[in-house]
Design a protein around this ligand. Structure first.
Ligand SMILES: Cc1cc2nc3c(=O)[nH]c(=O)nc-3n(C[C@H](O)[C@H](O)[C@H](O)COP(=O)(O)O)c2cc1C
Length: 176
Protein backbone atom coordinates (compact mmCIF):
# COMPACT_ATOMS: atom_id res chain seq x y z
CA UNK A 1 0.00 0.00 0.00
CA UNK A 2 1.39 3.36 -0.99
CA UNK A 3 -0.61 6.19 0.46
CA UNK A 4 -0.14 9.81 1.39
CA UNK A 5 -1.99 12.78 2.84
CA UNK A 6 -1.25 16.01 0.98
CA UNK A 7 -2.39 19.37 2.30
CA UNK A 8 -2.75 22.88 0.86
CA UNK A 9 -2.91 25.44 3.63
CA UNK A 10 -2.15 29.15 3.85
CA UNK A 11 -3.04 29.73 7.49
CA UNK A 12 -2.72 26.30 9.09
CA UNK A 13 -6.24 24.95 9.62
CA UNK A 14 -6.03 22.34 6.83
CA UNK A 15 -2.53 21.47 8.01
CA UNK A 16 -3.86 20.79 11.51
CA UNK A 17 -6.56 18.48 10.14
CA UNK A 18 -4.04 16.75 7.86
CA UNK A 19 -1.61 16.10 10.69
CA UNK A 20 -4.32 14.74 12.98
CA UNK A 21 -5.65 12.50 10.20
CA UNK A 22 -2.11 11.30 9.46
CA UNK A 23 -1.58 10.47 13.13
CA UNK A 24 -4.85 8.54 13.33
CA UNK A 25 -4.37 6.67 10.05
CA UNK A 26 -0.59 6.25 10.35
CA UNK A 27 -0.10 7.85 6.95
CA UNK A 28 2.68 10.25 5.86
CA UNK A 29 1.61 13.91 5.65
CA UNK A 30 3.15 16.49 3.33
CA UNK A 31 2.41 19.99 2.02
CA UNK A 32 1.69 20.09 -1.71
CA UNK A 33 4.61 22.51 -1.91
CA UNK A 34 7.03 19.87 -0.64
CA UNK A 35 5.57 16.85 -2.41
CA UNK A 36 7.97 14.94 -4.64
CA UNK A 37 6.46 12.79 -7.39
CA UNK A 38 2.74 12.20 -6.80
CA UNK A 39 2.91 9.20 -9.15
CA UNK A 40 4.73 7.25 -6.44
CA UNK A 41 1.38 6.97 -4.65
CA UNK A 42 -1.73 4.97 -5.40
CA UNK A 43 -3.97 6.20 -2.58
CA UNK A 44 -4.15 9.92 -2.01
CA UNK A 45 -5.98 12.11 0.49
CA UNK A 46 -5.90 15.80 -0.43
CA UNK A 47 -6.94 18.30 2.26
CA UNK A 48 -7.07 21.96 1.34
CA UNK A 49 -8.44 25.33 2.41
CA UNK A 50 -11.11 26.89 0.22
CA UNK A 51 -10.12 30.14 -1.49
CA UNK A 52 -12.93 31.66 -3.56
CA UNK A 53 -14.16 28.12 -4.14
CA UNK A 54 -10.76 26.74 -5.13
CA UNK A 55 -9.10 24.06 -2.98
CA UNK A 56 -5.63 25.43 -2.20
CA UNK A 57 -2.99 23.73 -4.39
CA UNK A 58 -5.29 20.89 -5.47
CA UNK A 59 -5.65 21.19 -9.23
CA UNK A 60 -1.95 21.96 -9.69
CA UNK A 61 -1.01 18.88 -7.64
CA UNK A 62 -3.54 16.36 -8.94
CA UNK A 63 -3.19 17.16 -12.61
CA UNK A 64 0.25 15.53 -12.44
CA UNK A 65 -1.25 12.25 -11.15
CA UNK A 66 -1.06 10.00 -14.19
CA UNK A 67 -0.31 6.55 -12.83
CA UNK A 68 -3.07 3.97 -12.55
CA UNK A 69 -4.95 5.32 -9.59
CA UNK A 70 -6.41 3.40 -6.74
CA UNK A 71 -8.23 5.87 -4.57
CA UNK A 72 -8.63 9.59 -4.11
CA UNK A 73 -10.20 11.44 -1.22
CA UNK A 74 -10.62 15.20 -1.22
CA UNK A 75 -11.38 17.15 1.95
CA UNK A 76 -12.26 20.82 1.69
CA UNK A 77 -11.75 23.12 4.65
CA UNK A 78 -13.79 26.32 4.60
CA UNK A 79 -15.19 28.86 6.97
CA UNK A 80 -18.80 28.30 5.95
CA UNK A 81 -21.13 25.62 7.33
CA UNK A 82 -19.73 22.29 6.15
CA UNK A 83 -23.01 20.50 6.85
CA UNK A 84 -25.43 22.67 4.85
CA UNK A 85 -26.49 20.75 1.73
CA UNK A 86 -26.69 23.85 -0.47
CA UNK A 87 -23.21 24.84 0.56
CA UNK A 88 -21.89 21.32 -0.01
CA UNK A 89 -23.44 21.26 -3.49
CA UNK A 90 -21.80 24.59 -4.33
CA UNK A 91 -18.38 23.42 -3.06
CA UNK A 92 -18.69 20.20 -5.09
CA UNK A 93 -19.63 22.06 -8.25
CA UNK A 94 -16.51 24.16 -7.82
CA UNK A 95 -14.32 21.12 -7.14
CA UNK A 96 -15.67 19.50 -10.30
CA UNK A 97 -14.38 22.45 -12.31
CA UNK A 98 -10.91 22.07 -10.81
CA UNK A 99 -10.36 18.40 -11.70
CA UNK A 100 -10.23 16.17 -14.77
CA UNK A 101 -13.55 14.23 -15.04
CA UNK A 102 -11.91 10.91 -14.25
CA UNK A 103 -10.51 12.18 -10.95
CA UNK A 104 -13.74 13.91 -9.95
CA UNK A 105 -15.73 10.73 -10.58
CA UNK A 106 -13.45 8.55 -8.48
CA UNK A 107 -13.02 11.02 -5.62
CA UNK A 108 -14.70 10.65 -2.24
CA UNK A 109 -15.31 14.20 -1.10
CA UNK A 110 -15.73 15.46 2.47
CA UNK A 111 -16.04 18.89 4.04
CA UNK A 112 -14.63 20.29 7.25
CA UNK A 113 -14.85 23.66 8.92
CA UNK A 114 -11.68 25.68 9.40
CA UNK A 115 -11.32 29.18 10.71
CA UNK A 116 -10.03 32.63 9.91
CA UNK A 117 -8.02 35.30 11.70
CA UNK A 118 -8.30 38.58 9.81
CA UNK A 119 -5.31 40.06 11.66
CA UNK A 120 -3.09 37.38 10.05
CA UNK A 121 -4.34 37.64 6.45
CA UNK A 122 -1.99 38.72 3.68
CA UNK A 123 -2.65 42.08 2.03
CA UNK A 124 -4.14 40.41 -1.06
CA UNK A 125 -6.43 38.19 1.00
CA UNK A 126 -7.57 41.17 3.10
CA UNK A 127 -8.50 43.05 -0.05
CA UNK A 128 -10.27 39.98 -1.50
CA UNK A 129 -12.28 39.48 1.70
CA UNK A 130 -13.13 43.20 1.86
CA UNK A 131 -14.53 43.07 -1.67
CA UNK A 132 -16.40 39.85 -0.95
CA UNK A 133 -17.86 41.34 2.24
CA UNK A 134 -19.18 44.36 0.32
CA UNK A 135 -20.72 42.06 -2.27
CA UNK A 136 -22.33 39.87 0.43
CA UNK A 137 -23.76 42.87 2.29
CA UNK A 138 -25.40 44.08 -0.91
CA UNK A 139 -27.45 40.84 -1.14
CA UNK A 140 -30.89 41.18 0.50
CA UNK A 141 -30.98 39.24 3.79
CA UNK A 142 -33.62 36.74 2.67
CA UNK A 143 -31.52 35.82 -0.36
CA UNK A 144 -28.25 35.17 1.50
CA UNK A 145 -26.96 31.58 1.35
CA UNK A 146 -24.87 29.78 4.02
CA UNK A 147 -21.58 30.97 2.60
CA UNK A 148 -22.72 34.59 2.41
CA UNK A 149 -24.01 34.52 5.98
CA UNK A 150 -20.82 32.93 7.29
CA UNK A 151 -18.67 35.53 5.59
CA UNK A 152 -20.68 38.42 7.04
CA UNK A 153 -20.76 36.89 10.54
CA UNK A 154 -17.02 36.24 10.67
CA UNK A 155 -15.80 39.36 8.86
CA UNK A 156 -12.83 41.05 10.55
CA UNK A 157 -12.82 38.54 13.38
CA UNK A 158 -10.81 35.61 14.61
CA UNK A 159 -12.81 32.38 14.55
CA UNK A 160 -11.65 28.80 14.91
CA UNK A 161 -14.15 26.06 14.05
CA UNK A 162 -11.56 23.28 13.77
CA UNK A 163 -13.06 20.17 15.34
CA UNK A 164 -11.08 16.93 15.19
CA UNK A 165 -14.22 14.96 16.11
CA UNK A 166 -15.40 15.61 12.55
CA UNK A 167 -12.53 13.40 11.37
CA UNK A 168 -14.09 10.33 13.05
CA UNK A 169 -16.61 9.73 10.28
CA UNK A 170 -13.95 10.20 7.59
CA UNK A 171 -11.55 7.73 9.24
CA UNK A 172 -14.40 5.20 9.59
CA UNK A 173 -15.40 5.67 5.98
CA UNK A 174 -11.93 5.40 4.40
CA UNK A 175 -10.57 1.91 4.24
CA UNK A 176 -6.90 2.44 3.69
C1 LIG B 1 -9.24 35.15 0.27
C2 LIG B 1 -10.05 34.11 0.97
C3 LIG B 1 -11.06 33.42 0.29
C4 LIG B 1 -11.84 32.46 0.95
N1 LIG B 1 -12.82 31.80 0.27
C5 LIG B 1 -13.60 30.88 0.92
C6 LIG B 1 -14.64 30.18 0.23
O1 LIG B 1 -14.86 30.34 -0.97
N2 LIG B 1 -15.41 29.32 0.95
C7 LIG B 1 -15.20 29.08 2.29
O2 LIG B 1 -15.94 28.30 2.91
N3 LIG B 1 -14.18 29.70 2.94
C8 LIG B 1 -13.39 30.59 2.30
N4 LIG B 1 -12.36 31.21 2.95
C9 LIG B 1 -12.05 30.80 4.32
C10 LIG B 1 -10.95 29.73 4.33
O3 LIG B 1 -11.33 28.64 3.54
C11 LIG B 1 -10.72 29.26 5.77
O4 LIG B 1 -10.13 30.32 6.45
C12 LIG B 1 -9.85 28.00 5.85
O5 LIG B 1 -9.86 27.53 7.18
C13 LIG B 1 -8.45 28.32 5.38
O6 LIG B 1 -7.66 27.16 5.36
P1 LIG B 1 -6.09 27.20 5.75
O7 LIG B 1 -6.01 27.78 7.16
O8 LIG B 1 -5.68 25.78 5.72
O9 LIG B 1 -5.40 28.04 4.74
C14 LIG B 1 -11.59 32.17 2.32
C15 LIG B 1 -10.55 32.85 3.00
C16 LIG B 1 -9.80 33.81 2.34
C17 LIG B 1 -8.71 34.51 3.10
Amino acid sequence: MNNIIIYGSNYGTSKRYAEELGRRMQVEVVSYKELGDINEYTDVIYIGGLYAGGVCGMSKTLKKWKKEKKSLCIISVGVSNHRGQKNIDAIRENIKLQLPDELYRMARIYHLRGGIDYSKLSGTHKVMMGLLYKKCKSIPEEQRDEETKALIETYNQKVDFVNFDDLDAIVDDLNF
